[in-house]
Ligand binder design. Structure first.
Ligand SMILES: [Zn+2]
Length: 269
């Protein structure tokens, strides 16, 4: 056998072996569970987890294990990343994907600030480019890191019924981005059609926009009126924290998100 061909066969074997090893590790982590102390931390930090049906709790624990193996969580501005911070963020991120095949395959880094942080936004108006400093509680970069304020992440998780949760919000953007664009159209499931998602989504979005413009009180945060991707992210927050109300006010939209995530929190105890 010519040397080049031998080399190519060996390289292909080595690559296959690496892929097999990675898949094996992934399966092992997905079947792993948390220790009693880790489980207590998760429930303490994210009380919403207590409402999960038992069959989903085991799935969540395996996904938390895999998530923490894949993603590096680093503290900024002197924040020390504790088990509480790691488990709280991982549990909330994995809650969105606990019962679906979706995975944050592009995410490797989460940066956590002690509190709100400064960020630079760039706007383009013709040839004029403007940069502005803004204060944020969270950010999700396309194919890039998620950045969080721990103070607001912790507060969002503690108040499980107020419809505001910055971690769920930013990971809704990550989920949305798996389609290649963060635009309010995530990768739909096999039994969902784009036409129906678009119709239901736009109907709810337009209604929200009008309510916000007319100063009416809205179930979803007014920030959702910014654009489609923000509307999707604030809807996911409410889907988990005020599911019965969302199902009552926007039954078709609720059903679409429930099908997307393969979850029905309105039925959780
Ligand atoms: Zn957002």
């Amino acid at each position: 056998m010519p040397i080049l061909l031998t080399f190519m066969v060996l390289a292909a074997c080595a690559l296959s072996y690496r892929i097999w090893q990675k898949q094996k590790l992934r399966q092992r982590l997905l079947k792993a569970s948390l220790s009693d102390s880790e489980r207590n931390i998760v429930v303490e930090q994210v009380p919403l987890i207590r409402r999960l049906p038992p069959e989903l709790t085991a799935k969540l624990e395996g996904k938390i294990r895999l998530f923490l193996h894949q993603v590096d969580i680093s503290g900024c501005n002197g924040l020390e990343v504790t088990d509480g911070i790691r488990l709280s963020i991982a549990a909330q991120a994995c809650l969105l994907i606990v019962n679906s095949d979706d995975w944050y395959k592009n995410l490797r880094t989460i940066l956590v600030y002690p509190s709100a942080f400064k960020s630079i936004t760039t706007t383009h108006d013709g040839f004029v480019v403007q940069q502005k400093e803004v204060i944020r509680y969270g950010e999700s970069w396309s194919r890039g890191p998620v950045i969080l304020s721990w103070e607001h992440s912790q507060r969002g998780a503690e108040n499980e019924y107020d419809g505001h949760n910055v971690v769920l919000h930013e990971f809704a953007h990550q989920l949305d981005d798996l389609s290649g664009n963060t635009n309010g159209v995530p990768l739909l499931k096999k039994n969902q059609s784009f036409a129906q998602w678009e119709r239901v989504f736009l109907t709810s979005y337009e209604r929200h926009l009008q309510n916000v413009e007319q100063g009416r009180k809205t179930l979803l945060d007014a920030y959702g009126a910014e654009n489609h991707q923000e509307f999707f992210a604030v809807a996911v927050e409410v889907f988990f924290e005020k599911p019965a109300q969302l199902q009552k006010d926007e039954p078709e939209f609720y059903a679409q998100i429930a099908e997307l995530l393969k979850l029905n929190p309105a039925q959780w105890s």
